[in-house]
Ligand binder design. Structure first.
Ligand SMILES: [Zn+2]
Ligand SMILES: [Zn+2]
Length: 320
């Protein structure tokens, strides 16, 4: 595949700067789209020249999880950008099974948003968000904003967004989200309860990986509310006694969310997300705030590491 665009994911920063990749050396980048340049002898040659987005997980397709279509639970998987070379390159390759044709009219730098869009969609489907449900989203990064967009598509009631980063909240406002809270300035749970007439949020999504945010998520949930755990944990995730009591007394459901569903049953979330991106139900274009050619990527990733300047989604466009 000739890479047209590959997004920088929050998970790429530890991969590049601290934790490292599963194998080394390795080219990161798992949020990619491009054009098929050539195929192997066993692959249908009609793929050549097609615009495609990529499901970056390569499952073994032999284990029990794979047999049931739960590829994200595969016991022996490969992964573009963490276990094998990914998309921060002019060319990369993968099995044809991992390709999704991009509908005409959807630019490839938007199609490269498919992975985070599918991850966010999966989290909301895990929460079984229903029409009129209020939602609190902790974290206004690309995933948090995609969650908020999906919540709109699902027919949510109030959509509340909290973050400690004011610039992210300002950016959220440009996307016409109005219920925004500076999580650093005060008690997010109390704010969420005020915003919901003291009921609490029906669905709360932890999309930061910070323990303090988890605490607020639990305290913000209504009775029988659902708390979705989505953010990669930055360290130990702990609850105070009061928050723990809230889990018991309000009979909260704590729901883990991991990756997304790529099997046709019950739903291929990648195809659904691509459809919604193509017909405009989800508008990912504005989330791409930076498009940088390969030679400038290193500097831009350094800026993300040290949080210099605002960026929502940084997209590597190898040839500029
Ligand atoms: Zn990602
Ligand atoms: Zn497997």
């Amino acid at each position: 595949m000739r890479v047209a665009a590959c997004g920088v994911c929050g998970s790429d920063l530890p991969r590049v700067f601290s934790k490292g990749t599963y194998r080394f050396p390795l080219i990161p980048g798992h949020e990619l789209a491009g054009t098929v340049e050539a195929v192997g002898a066993e692959v249908d040659s009609s793929w050549v020249g097609r615009r495609v987005a990529v499901f970056p997980l390569i499952p073994c397709r032999r284990c029990a999880a794979c047999e049931s279509g739960a590829y994200a639970q595969c016991a022996d998987y490969d992964y573009l950008g963490s276990r094998r070379d990914g998309g921060f390159a002019e060319f990369t390759c993968m099995p044809a099974w991992n390709l999704l044709p991009v509908p005409d009219g959807l630019p490839l730098h938007e199609a490269a948003m498919l992975e985070p869009a599918a991850v966010a969609l999966h989290a909301l489907r895990r929460a079984r968000l229903d029409a009129g449900d209020s939602v609190l989203i902790m974290g206004a990064g690309p995933i948090g904003l995609l969650l908020a967009m999906w919540a709109r598509v699902f027919g949510a009631g109030k959509i509340l967004i909290a973050d400690i980063n004011i610039e992210r909240l300002r950016f959220a406002r440009t996307l016409k989200f109005d219920h925004l809270h500076d999580a650093g300035s005060g008690d997010t749970a109390a704010w969420a309860r005020r915003k919901t007439a003291e009921r609490g949020a029906d669905v709360v999504i932890e999309a930061t990986g910070a323990s303090a945010a988890l605490e607020q998520c639990v305290l913000a949930a209504c009775a029988f509310g659902r708390v979705v755990l989505l953010g990669n944990p930055a360290g130990a995730m702990t609850l105070s006694q009061a928050a723990y009591w809230a889990v018991l007394r309000r009979e909260l459901r704590m729901i883990g969310s991991w990756n997304s569903s790529y099997s046709e049953l019950p739903r291929n979330e990648w195809r659904l997300a691509l459809e919604c991106m193509a017909d405009g139900r989800i508008e990912v274009g504005p989330l791409v705030t930076h498009q940088v050619p390969l030679e400038n990527l290193r500097g831009r990733i350094e800026m993300l590491r040290y949080r210099k300047g605002f960026a929502c989604k940084v997209m590597c466009v190898p040839r500029g």
